[in-house]
Design a protein around this ligand. Structure first.
Ligand code: MLT
Ligand code: MN
Ligand code: ZN
Length: 309
């Protein structure tokens, strides 16, 4: 299995269009130690020819242009794409808006939780993906769903599982308990190579590593994990937004309840942060926080990074 990080940034990307924080200013200026990052997505393939996208970011057009594997091949027909399927972890804009880049009457399959399919179904703009060409397939949790698309068997299966998280920002209801969040709003995905049973985990949004999630990840070969914020209060302290990490539905990297501490006993062989917010000091390769994460065995995801499993 080959996995390619198409976008390692969180919603807004890096730099974010309207953000003038120290990180965004530095990356705009081309300062050493800062890399631009597009929004949150991975691509996966067994044969190198047919690909499954994990989330479809608003930057998908740019991500496809930067990935030769995702362009039509010289022997393909007039209209063709190696992207045969897309699976979504939630309904947030950074994970679904790229579907609109995939109109142009191209067949592929779309996999998501029922709650997310309902949100897409309630929005007429997504009817641009006609269901005859783009079947919408519900991911039932804890069931390995084989991945097919455009008549091709990708040799992959997806086992989705609920993780603590939050309903999509645009669906939040301030009057509902927990803003209206319920099971299925945020999924983790285990992507399984059918022929070998090898698998990895993709969890770009996660509010908490509870006992169930810890047991599921114990001993895993590879995990791509929510690296949104390093510090619970970093958005507030930088004067960017009055929200903590917890309020945003994202676990922090640091702290007693953070992901470094939670992964420490889990014996995960390779762990890579993705969905990194522009406020996060991990975006500065020379920061103390970057050194702390590396010393704890973490890699900081970068756009274009490829991992073979
Ligand atoms: C998030 O991960 O919290 C969302 O991407 C926020 C957003 O939609 O901007
Ligand atoms: Mn996001
Ligand atoms: Zn910024």
């Amino acid at each position: 299995m080959r996995i390619k990080i198409l976008g390692s940034g969180a919603g807004g990307g890096f730099p974010q269009w309207n953000c003038n924080c120290a990180n965004c200013r530095a990356v705009r200026a081309g300062a050493p130690g800062f890399l631009p990052r597009t929004q949150s997505s991975l691509a996966v393939s067994v044969n190198g020819a047919d690909w499954l996208l994990l989330n479809a970011s608003p930057d998908l057009r740019q991500q496809i242009a930067a990935a030769p594997q995702l362009a039509p091949g010289p022997d393909d027909g007039l209209r063709a794409s190696p992207i045969k399927a897309v699976a979504l972890t939630n309904g947030d804009v950074d994970h679904v808006a790229g579907l609109l880049n995939m109109r142009e009457a191209q067949p592929f399959s779309l996999y998501a939780a029922g709650r997310v399919l309902d949100a897409l179904g309630a929005n007429p703009i997504f009817t641009i993906l006609q269901t005859q060409l783009v079947p919408r397939i519900e991911l039932h949790t804890e069931k390995a769903t084989p991945v097919t698309g455009a008549g091709i068997d990708l040799g992959l299966a997806i086992r989705a599982f609920p993780v603590p998280g939050k309903i999509a920002l645009y669906l939040e209801n301030a009057n509902a308990p927990n803003f209206g969040t319920s099971a299925g709003d945020t999924l983790g995905l285990e992507i399984i190579e059918t022929a070998t049973g090898d698998s990895f985990f993709y969890i770009p949004g996660c509010a908490k590593i509870d006992a169930d999630l810890a047991e599921r990840l114990r001993g895993a070969k590879l995990v791509f994990f929510d690296g949104t914020l390093f510090h619970e209060n970093e958005m507030i302290e930088q004067g960017l937004l009055g929200k903590t990490g917890s309020r945003m539905g994202h676990i922090n990297v640091s702290g007693a309840d953070g992901s470094i501490a939670a992964f420490e006993p889990l014996d995960v062989k390779r762990k890579i942060y993705v969905h990194i917010n522009n406020s996060n000091p991990l975006l500065n390769e020379f920061s103390d926080e970057y050194a702390i994460a590396q010393a704890a065995g973490w890699e900081i995801g970068e756009d274009g990074m490829e991992v073979d499993l």
